[in-house]
Design a protein around this ligand. Sequence first.
Ligand code: SF4
Ligand code: SF4
Length: 292
Amino acid sequence: CEMEISRDKEVKRVIAQHPCYSKEAQHKFGRIHLAVAPKCNIQCNYCDRKFDCVNESRPGVTSEVLSPEDALEKTRQVLSEYPFIKVVGVAGPGDPLANDETFETLELIKNEFPDVTLCLSTNGLVLPERMSDILRTGVTTLTVTMNAIDPEIEAQLISHVSYKGKVYKGIEAAEILIKNQLEGIRLAVEADLVVKVNTVLVPGINDEHIIEVAKKINDLGVYIMNVMPLICQAKFADREAPSPAECKAVQDACAPYVQQMRHCRQCRSDAYGLIGKDLSQMSEERRNVIKL
Ligand code: SF4
Ligand code: SF4
């Protein structure tokens, strides 16, 4: 029917202009991350919470948290100067869905810039219950970090989840997280969101299991998968990071099941510009053009 055709066209346009969903788009179109979400509801063993969420951004970096109003003002300034930025997203510094400010910000952006693509990343713990907020604010691209579908494996990657006022540990925590991630991804695909799954490759824990994640998310209709190397810090400070060859081998093994993103640059949660050429990391002088 006509509605489906126009929806298909819209999805194609969104993908073609999203630097993380399309390899070709990365050199032409940019994104801005608004660091409005400081709180997190889980504890990953590779995350030092003094810094940005490692699941979607560069570790060891502390982005300055903005209020929704300041984030809108920053967006105004950045978009007026860099019209090639077509995607506005919230990726931290904590879990975007654990912060109401994420949705306040997205509302403000949508009202003033109805044509930009709104993007979110999350660990997925509260994805099912936040789905109505996500749809109401007009988000179209969503990233869920999912490192395992087997609770025994996931339990080695997180130390706790904090869910509905209670703290869970071990296998119980892993079961809740995985169940909600899978249910959330299912609902997101059903609602026509374009879904990316980030998976952190942790040698010795999930390296041989990631292919099972790839098969599962293919069944669920996920558009693209981003296998990211572990950066050793926090509880995992003494582990060994995977080599680029190990990462590539896992990506190659998963590729028959789900398209692989191979150009992720593990950006900051306040990054803007083209990926790999972040304006937020440019010289002071240049950055002063943008006041926030
Ligand atoms: Fe850290 Fe992100 Fe994991 Fe939260 S979801 S513990 S911020 S890596
Ligand atoms: Fe895209 Fe990777 Fe940067 Fe996220 S961290 S905006 S997926 S390049």
